[in-house]
Design a protein around this ligand. Structure first.
Ligand SMILES: Cc1cc2nc3c(=O)[nH]c(=O)nc-3n(C[C@H](O)[C@H](O)[C@H](O)COP(=O)(O)O)c2cc1C
Length: 462
């Protein structure tokens, strides 16, 4: 196989090559590859010192990811991230910050990525064609993982005093960051300001999760998202041909139910449907065929989702049963536990001297348990538990009673403002333990949950 080392070329040839590459909007490396390709000597994108096998097909086949690795303990997870991305056909070009070299060696990163590792802003080898601009130009997506507090601060203030920050300032490509830091750093007012600024600038976030820190005895918000969650987020942004949930069918419920007392009155709850509808939209964006059974809500139907509108718990149950089998069931609706035993056919009239009518209640069908125990049980069954007390104990009980895989528990006490509001702080209860997510917008909860569902469905299939 032919190969050329550009820096060994004669100066005048190098100049001609530079001009030709610039005229075509390509890097010199790409230009050489094309020239050699035309001569029947195609060389691969990466010319690794130590090569690993690249799978030519996959959900990220041919996608070019510039991975900026910051100086956090979580940097070691990037080795797994690189492997997972390459397994899916992505080309990963790594950039290490100077400090990140203290946490992970360029040798290991380069070997797994099968590409050169870039570290220097002022590099004699790479700056002949303005390396930081080229690195950005040659990427479909820039991923920063771990995104340190320092890198986030630089990004938020537009600093460009090293290769990583210069790339991030010079790029017009989408940027996804996976923050990882100590909870006190994450919750510091400065980091909060930077987060808000980056979100405003359109930077996408995956994580962080709540959990144990590398420092002994520390736990809280700031743990980097797991490699598969990051992969799912990348696939959500990049996978053009095949989205991570393409071909998967997901049944969902959302909103409240209305249980009639008479033709004009009903028993309901404060669920707005915002969280369930946001999850349905996020799953659809990842390519899933989503069928959403919605109780009465005032918000619009989510995009690219088939919505079946119902009113009562029994109608919701019937609609869900009709929609099985499916790959996953995500039951977000706040289904009324009870309904009136004897719905009046006519409006109940107030009559002078008569006592207020006593409502007799009977239990409604348990839709989540029905799905969990169904013969057509989906591979992944997720329920929501809205509680005002003993949140975790109730969620854990629900997990078993309803034969669910995960319960997403949220505190809906009046003071939290979750019911009807725009924010949510959830805990994901599984048989392996409890994952606590920090307070975030319902849209963010939806994105993260959709990524987690995508990762779980992929894992189940392996
Ligand atoms: C042992 C150790 C662990 C660290 N872990 C983190 C971390 O997880 N997240 C973080 O933001 N900073 C962490 N830091 C601090 C960063 O390494 C430091 O701010 C560094 O300058 C960041 O460089 P970079 O943003 O250019 O990669 C850690 C420092 C040490 C010594």
């Amino acid at each position: 196989m032919a190969s050329i080392t550009i820096r060994n070329l004669d100066v005048s040839i190098k100049e001609k090559l530079r001009l030709r590459a610039a005229a075509h909007g390509r890097s010199m490396e790409e230009e050489v590859r094309l020239i050699l390709g035309e001569l029947g000597n195609a060389i691969p994108m990466a010319t690794p010192a130590m090569s690993t096998t690249i799978r030519a097909s996959g959900s990220l086949s041919g996608r070019r990811i510039l991975l900026i690795i910051g100086a956090g303990i979580a940097a070691y997870k990037c080795l797994d991230l690189i492997r997972r991305l390459r397994e899916r056909g992505a080309q990963v070009r790594p950039v290490l910050t100077k400090a990140a070299e203290e946490f992970v060696t360029p040798l290991a990163v380069g070997a797994l990525a099968a590409d050169k590792v870039f570290t220097e802003l002022f590099s004699r080898e790479d700056e002949h064609d303005v390396g930081h601009i080229r690195l950005s130009r040659e990427a479909d997506l820039i991923v920063v993982a771990p995104a340190t507090a320092d890198l986030m601060a630089k990004m938020a203030s537009g600093l460009a005093n090293d290769l990583a920050s210069a790339i991030l300032l010079a790029t017009d490509k989408r940027v996804l960051i996976a923050p990882a830091m100590n909870p006190r750093m994450w919750n510091h007012p400065a980091t909060r300001r930077n987060r808000a600024m980056l979100q405003k600038d359109g930077i996408r976030f995956v994580g962080p999760n709540k959990g144990e820190m590398a420092e002994s005895g520390e736990s809280g918000d700031g743990r980097m998202a797991e490699p598969l969650e990051i992969v799912a987020a990348i696939e959500g942004l990049l996978a053009r041909r095949q989205k991570p949930l393409a071909g998967k069918t997901i049944v969902m419920t959302s909103g409240p139910t209305h249980e009639p007392i008479d033709p004009v009155r009903y028993i309901a709850n404060r669920s707005s449907g915002k969280q369930g509808h946001a999850i349905a939209a996020a799953l659809a964006r990842l390519g899933a065929t989503v069928r959403l059974v919605s109780g009465p809500v005032t918000i619009p139907d989510p995009e690219d989702v088939t919505v079946i509108h119902v009113s009562t718990a029994r109608e919701m149950r019937d609609a869900v049963e009709q929609l099985l089998p499916a790959d996953a069931a995500i039951m977000v609706a706040a289904v009324a536990d009870w309904r009136t035993a004897n719905e009046a056919g006519e409006k109940i009239k107030k009559k002078p001297g008569e006592k207020a009518p006593a409502l007799q209640m009977i239990e409604n069908p348990d839709i989540l348990a029905g799905v969990g125990h169904s013969k057509s049980r989906p591979r992944l069954v997720v329920g929501f538990a809205a509680e005002t007390q003993d949140l975790l104990a109730n969620a854990k009980r629900k997990l078993d009673k309803k034969a669910a895989d995960w319960i997403v528990a949220n505190d809906v006490s009046h003071a939290t403002g979750v019911m009807g509001g725009d924010r949510n702080a959830v805990r994901i209860v599984t048989r392996l333990g409890v994952e606590e997510w920090p307070d975030m917008s319902k849209e963010e909860v939806a994105e993260r949950l959709a990524a987690k569902i995508a990762a779980a469905l992929q894992t189940v299939e392996v």
